[in-house]
Design a protein around this ligand. Structure first.
Ligand code: FAD
Length: 373
């Protein structure tokens, strides 16, 4: 590939020169930040640099849950985090999902308001009715959502699941088609005159009072401001605050019957959903946390086997199935569940550490980032 100094006058003028905002990472956050910047700055030049030939983070690899929290996960968070911080995180998810729906439109990402179910395994305690009452009254008080969680234990038998004793439905959650969402965001960026350079990795940068010099695999380019949207790959910048976290999913071949909805079990450690008459199933990082703290996109056979076991014993106990696809993606995690949205210096800003909730929060994070410019 040609280095920047071998490019033509036209190429340099169009892509490399006079950039006001350069964004690193073409994931959900990078593209959302670009769109939010365009809304605030209609005439400035915006360029996204992506190291992969397509986005290579979590945004094209996730499970496509449009969710803001299962009751057992929220109760678990409330038991070990400050109450205010837990509700702030939920508020960001609700705000982000609302913004995403407005920006992309429901049809462009196949949004399915199918609802979600939190399945309680027979070896776990179900939330107490007063705990569900507290959650429901807080959702109504803070967000105006009525009866978010209700008992729907019949769903277990109707779906043919085994090993669960209690199911709680959330009528406000749903699913999306991850590929369609990313394509729709890309189309939106192009329509808003945002440029992309794919297969171009950022190796480092130097900021002065007035500009940032950005070193890439093909040479240097300059920008007035730089936005780091590399999520789980930003560990070198936020050493003590962020760790990469690999997550793994599998998808069955089409089944003879359909299970409808999105599901969480074991406080959110496992999750599954329908994709037509297939099942996507993921999770299990907690089984091998040290190995899974990595940027490497490999499969972990221990977790793969655990997923197959749970699929066979609990989710599809009455139906033979075969696995058609399996892959992993890298998330960015920290001690708490709030993302990092911060200026690193006057001209360099970062929006990273989306946890397992980037679909929900990316649009809100993009808006917050654009306000740092
Ligand atoms: C298996 C899995 C399932 C998930 N399921 C869900 C779900 O159902 N619902 C939900 O809300 N969230 C889910 N998530 C989390 C969600 O996908 C992420 O939080 C979200 O995609 C993060 O978006 P991002 O743009 O911050 O990061 P990313 O999508 O990781 O984007 C970062 C981009 O930066 C690029 N990059 C990195 N370094 C450089 C560099 N030096 N130069 C140039 N480019 C660089 C990467 O290639 C990448 O494209 C899941 C994640 C995984 C892995």
């Amino acid at each position: 590939m040609l280095s920047f100094d071998q490019l033509s006058f036209w190429e340099r003028q169009e892509y490399l020169e006079d950039n006001t905002f350069v964004i690193v990472g073409a994931g959900l956050v990078g593209m959302s930040a670009a769109i939010a910047l365009r809304e605030r700055y209609p005439n400035e030049k915006i360029l996204i640099l992506e190291r992969g030939y397509m986005p290579t983070g979590a945004s094209t690899k996730n499970a496509g849950f449009a969710c803001f929290g299962s009751p057992t996960e929220i109760l678990d968070d409330l038991s070990c985090m400050a109450e205010q911080s837990v509700w702030q995180t939920i508020a960001l998810r609700i705000e982000g999902l609302q913004k995403l729906k407005e920006r992309i439109g429901l049809a462009s990402m196949d949004f399915d308001s199918c609802g979600s179910w939190d399945l309680i395994s027979s070896n776990m305690n179900a939330p107490k009715s007063e705990e569900l009452h507290y959650l429901n009254s807080e959702f109504e008080r803070l967000f105006g959502f009525k009866e978010v969680y209700c008992n729907d234990t019949d769903k277990i038998e109707k779906s043919g699941f085994k090993g669960f004793t209690f199911a709680i439905k959330n009528q406000y959650e749903g699913s999306i088609n991850t590929g369609k969402l990313m394509h729709a965001l890309h189309q939106k960026c192009i329509a808003k005159n945002i440029r992309f350079l794919f297969s171009t990795a950022v190796l480092g940068w130097t900021a002065t009072a007035s500009e940032v010099s950005i070193e890439t695999t093909f040479g240097l380019l300059r920008s007035s401001q730089l936005f780091i949207c590399t999520n789980g790959f930003a560990q070198h910048i936020f050493k003590n605050e962020l760790k990469p976290a690999r997550a793994q999913v599998i998808i069955t071949k089409p089944l003879s019957h359909q299970i409808r909805g999105t599901f969480h079990t074991d406080r959110g450690y496992y999750y599954f959903r329908d994709i037509g008459n297939r099942i996507l199933f993921g999770g299990g990082r907690h089984l091998d946390l040290i190995t899974e703290t990595t940027e490497e996109l490999h499969a972990n056979s221990l977790i793969h086997e655990a997923l197959i076991y749970k699929l066979r014993e609990e989710i599809l106990p009455h139906a033979p199935f075969e696995i058609d696809y399996g892959w992993s993606g890298i998330m960015g995690m920290g001690q708490d569940k709030q993302p990092i949205i911060r200026s690193v210096n006057k001209n360099v800003h970062a929006g990273v550490r989306m946890g397992g909730m980037g679909v929900a929060i990316a649009s809100a994070v993009g808006d917050a980032l654009s306000k740092l410019a």
